[in-house]
Ligand binder design. Structure first.
Ligand SMILES: [Zn+2]
Length: 233
């Protein structure tokens, strides 16, 4: 294999590694976004539980206040019954009101008790959820840190590869370099091996003379179909 072909293959290998590295960066960035979304989702789900509990506590307080209000009403009716000079009709009305308010109080007290039970259970569940959230966030942060490390490492290797590429292109003849660059715009593999009698790039059959010229040491030979630079393995 000629020195020039060896240089070109090295150049191509650097370009392959550069492509792999930039794909890796894209993949890592996508992963990063996915894990950041998970952080947001975990926090939101916990915040929702906390908010639900706050609403329940508020409802419970309101219910207790309502019970107190009904209780005050009953007292007021009772006082009027005990001390007021009222008609028989009014007395019947007040008694009926007292009975219905008492019934309502008893129902509401049951509801209030149930609510308070639920609040106790929800508070326990929320404390457990908070512990789980902290653990989850720590795990996610570890993963994010790992991704950031990999991103830094990949960015470092990209800049190393670019340096290598620049150094190698300085060593190559300008003609060879520009030929490679123009082929590289079209193909990820501008340098193709001759496999049996075909170009391994475009898979088309090569003429005998092309193969002969590639075997010899008379400079660079291009595929007659795709223009890739050919070499014998
Ligand atoms: Zn070809």
């Amino acid at each position: 294999m000629s020195h020039e072909i060896a240089q070109l293959l090295e150049f191509q290998s650097i370009d392959h590694r550069l492509t792999e590295a930039s794909e890796r960066i894209k993949r890592l960035q996508r992963d990063r976004v996915r894990y950041e979304d998970k952080v947001v989702e975990s926090k939101q789900s916990f915040a929702k539980k906390k908010e639900d509990l706050t609403h329940l506590e508020h409802d419970s307080l309101m219910k207790n206040l309502e019970v107190d209000e009904l209780d005050a009403n009953i007292r007021k009716y009772q006082h009027r019954l005990d001390t007021g000079i009222i008609s028989f009709k009014e007395m019947e009305d007040l008694r009926a009101k007292i009975i219905s308010e008492r019934k309502r109080i008893s129902e509401m007290e049951d509801e209030a008790l149930q609510m308070m039970d639920t609040i106790v259970q929800d508070k326990e569940a929320l404390a457990a959820a908070e512990t789980a959230l902290e653990q989850r966030l720590a795990e996610l942060q570890d993963t994010l840190n790992e991704i950031d490390d990999q991103l830094r490492q990949t960015a470092d290797s990209i800049s190393e590869l670019r340096d290598q590429r620049a150094a190698l292109s300085d060593l190559m003849s300008e003609f060879l370099h520009s030929q490679y660059e123009s082929l590289h715009k079209k193909f990820s593999d501008p340098i193709a091996a001759i496999s049996h009698t075909t170009c391994s790039g475009c898979k088309l059959k090569l003429s005998g003379s092309t193969i002969e010229r590639a075997r010899g040491s008379l400079g660079i030979v291009a595929c007659e179909h795709c223009s890739r630079i050919l070499y014998i393995e």
